[in-house]
Design a protein around this ligand. Structure first.
Ligand code: MN
Length: 374
């Protein structure tokens, strides 16, 4: 069986423990997000600027059910999570050509409440990721971190990042507490700057400000897992229905990790609102579905329904994502999973989902060896 090369719209790096102290004065560094794991490794405590919260670690050898098979749950994968050289070997072995790289600690940075601290933190993480990831290989597409407590600050760091070669920026599903939701005009300067700099707005699921464990008792674990997808839907609806994507036709949005077949569904629901609600405001020039299908991209790991989302529902912006190295991810079985997913798919569908959609956002990564064009 020939290797199926895929680009990944979702992967992660773990920042080195000395990141903040290397890039920031000690008094600033100690207020930055850090993770302290319990001795037994089951839980971690995340400390951010004087406050903290506890989080269960996805470790251990629980069994995990994937595509009808029981496999061992992966924890933090291999050392490629911290060592970029080893990572490239793993990418080659797994058949991942290029990948969007999200931070790990950086995902918590929106918990910072102080504007200057948020700026310093974003700059530090971007300086590190520029020198260690972005400059290492064009196959690695790290997302820039933005200080989101003030839109002008965010614009400034976006522009600085774009000028240094970043192609995407990380956006949390919820804006930092106290900031307006993404449908508000507050964010207009950021969307304008992103459009102008051709930077992709990369939202990663599970980055809400509120507890995602919405259910207690029977079924709670499954409910919490699925709950993370709803935030991706909310962001997409806000960006489309508010007219943000209409005003910025060059702005592309990526929703990472939450699956893809929900995209046609919410597009239909928004169109239905247009067809039945008299007081839609603003009323966009085109139907909501058209903005969704043109400007919204979504990455998935295992979901068999993601392939028919493109093949049968006509949504072209479906993108594979390995979610390396998380438990929900495909490492170390990426090839096996890709073969299962695309067993019944046409070459055109497979090419689009594994490479084409990604290349539309990040053409600079080029083609893998011996890639077969559609
Ligand atoms: Mn992920």
């Amino acid at each position: 069986m020939a290797k199926i090369w895929a680009n990944s719209g979702d992967s992660h790096f773990v920042e080195p423990p000395d990141l903040w102290t290397n890039y920031l004065p000690p008094a600033v560094a100690e207020r930055m997000p850090r993770s302290v794991k319990d001795p037994d490794g089951a839980w971690e405590t995340i400390y951010v600027d004087g406050s903290s919260f506890r989080r269960k670690m996805p470790t251990g050898a629980r069994n995990k059910w994937v595509n009808g098979k029981t496999v061992l749950e992966m924890s933090e994968g291999s050392e490629g999570i911290r060592d970029v050289r080893l990572r490239m070997t793993e990418l080659d072995e797994q058949g991942v050509w290029a990948e969007v790289c999200y931070p790990s600690l950086g995902l918590w940075q929106t918990l910072i409440k102080n504007r200057e601290l948020a700026i310093a933190g974003a700059q530090a993480i971007n300086d590190w990721s520029h020198s260690e990831i972005l400059s290492y290989s064009p196959r690695l597409v790290p997302v820039a971190e933005l200080p989101l407590l003030d839109v002008d600050d965010a614009v400034q760091e976006l522009q600085r990042s774009a000028s240094r070669g970043f192609k995407a920026f990380f956006m949390p599903i919820d804006p930092p507490e106290g900031m307006d939701t993404y449908n508000r005009d507050t964010w207009e300067p950021l969307w304008s700057a992103a459009e102008e700099a051709n930077m992709v707005a990369a939202f990663h699921i599970g980055t809400e400000n509120h507890e995602l464990a919405v259910l207690r008792g029977p079924g709670a674990r499954v409910a919490s897992f699925v709950e993370t997808s709803f935030g991706a839907m909310r962001v997409t609806i806000q960006m489309v229905s508010s007219g943000a994507l209409e005003r910025h036709p060059g702005l592309r949005v990526l929703l990472s990790e939450g699956g893809a077949s929900w995209v046609p569904f919410i597009a239909d629901r928004m169109d239905e609102a247009y067809n039945t609600e008299a007081f839609v405001s603003p009323r966009l020039a085109r139907m909501p579905k058209e903005y969704v299908y043109d400007q919204v991209y979504a990455s998935f790991q295992h979901d068999p329904s993601a392939i028919p989302a493109m093949a049968a529902m006509g949504y072209q912006n479906v993108m594979f994502g390995s979610d390396y190295p998380h438990v929900e991810g495909t490492y170390p079985r990426t090839q096996e999973i890709l073969a299962e997913l695309f067993a019944g798919a046409s070459d055109e569908v497979r090419y689009r989902i594994t490479q084409g959609a990604f290349l539309e956002l990040f053409p600079h990564v080029g083609a893998p060896p011996a890639a077969v064009a559609a």
